[in-house]
Design a protein around this ligand. Structure first.
Ligand code: F6P
Length: 328
């Protein structure tokens, strides 16, 4: 750990998410506020290996708070998984005079950072940036709120055509192995059923639920399915299965895909990004390392990086109950 932090490197890694640019802006400006330099590292750990660096003063992050994506780009780096790759990266950091790192990304990003820190005792702070909200130690990851609003807006549009044609739509959403997007956006969009990896509804119960919906007079339905759901069939096979067993339904599929990752961040994500960036830099200046900054009960707190990586972001059981009741 250096006696004094004089220059901080910042990078984004893993799947991009709305709010990453607001976090970069916050890190850069907090460094400037404390009269320390900030270096942008392009394309995550791969850019660190290649020495793809850029000085970033407070003006370099003008007009990005409202931009989706990441101006520092993102990439996945197989080379950083090797000791040789990490040594190249470390040599570049030393050559550039960088004393500490702020890494913005998901659990894969944090894992790489922790391995690097264990090898080189290099100060590191993590900012949770992913739409999946699947990181332990924070109620919200950067981009999650924006993704929820994007998904709800799209499902509202799908509902217009579903109700016009008396159709059943399966809408597949992102989230990797977690069901947070599906559960919350499903409730927000009034889905008749929500299928998530954490709760195996089962094919029989799904058919029963859809039969009851029809019998209760619902002429169209929306079923939101998380991409990681394990109901045993992919969303297109599920469509075929339901059509074969419920011939009264006219079924369609919409896979929302990467649109959920884009768009201008919501105000919530912009404010969260600004708070987390300040906390990350000031925690480094206070001599902390190997933590993730996160939100808990609206307070910004530190979670040991190892816990953030190993912990599980549980589904809210109360939300599951609300979802069941709303399907009545
Ligand atoms: O982790 C964010 C995420 O969007 C997941 O929800 C999704 O499964 C994955 O990234 C897609 O990865 P890629 O952009 O490499 O296809």
């Amino acid at each position: 750990m250096p006696e004094k932090i004089r220059k901080v490197g910042v990078l984004t890694s893993g799947g991009d998410s709305p709010g990453m640019n607001a976090a970069i802006r916050s890190v850069v400006r907090t460094c400037a506020y404390h009269n320390i330099e900030c270096i942008g590292i392009y394309r995550g750990y791969q850019g660190m290996i290649e020495g793809d660096f850029k000085d970033m003063g407070p003006r370099s992050v003008n007009n990005i708070v409202n931009k989706g994506g990441t101006i520092l780009k993102s990439a996945r780096s197989l080379e950083f998984k090797t000791p040789e790759g990490r040594k190249k990266a470390h040599d570049n950091l030393v050559k550039a005079g960088i004393d500490a790192l702020v890494v913005i990304g998901g659990d894969g990003t944090f894992t790489g950072g922790l391995v690097f820190n264990n090898e080189y005792d290099f100060p590191i702070m993590g900012i949770p940036g992913t739409i999946d909200n699947d990181i332990f130690g924070t109620s919200h990851t950067l981009g999650y709120d924006t993704a929820l609003n994007t998904v709800v807006e799209v499902i509202d549009k799908i509902r217009d055509t579903a109700s016009s044609h008396n159709r059943l739509f399966f809408v597949e959403v992102m989230g990797r192995d977690a069901g947070h997007i599906a559960l919350n956006a499903g409730i927000g969009a009034g889905a008749e059923e929500i299928l998530i990896p954490e709760e195996d509804l089962g094919l029989d119960r799904l058919l029963d639920s859809l039969k009851k919906s029809k019998a209760s007079g619902k002429s169209s339905s929306i079923v939101v399915i998380a991409e990681g759901d394990k109901i045993g069939k992919n969303v297109f096979e599920l469509k075929d299965y339901v059509e074969a067993n419920l011939p009264e339904y006219d079924v369609r599929v919409s896979v929302l895909g990467h649109m959920q990752r884009g768009g201008s961040p919501s105000c919530f994500d912009r404010v969260l990004a600004s708070r987390l960036g300040v906390k990350a830099v000031e925690s480094l200046l206070e001599g902390n390392s190997n933590y993730m900054v996160g939100l808990q009960n609206d307070a910004v707190i530190l979670t040991p990086l190892e816990q953030a990586i190993k912990g599980k972001s549980e589904i809210d059981r109360e939300l599951l109950r609300v979802s069941d009741i709303m399907s009545t």
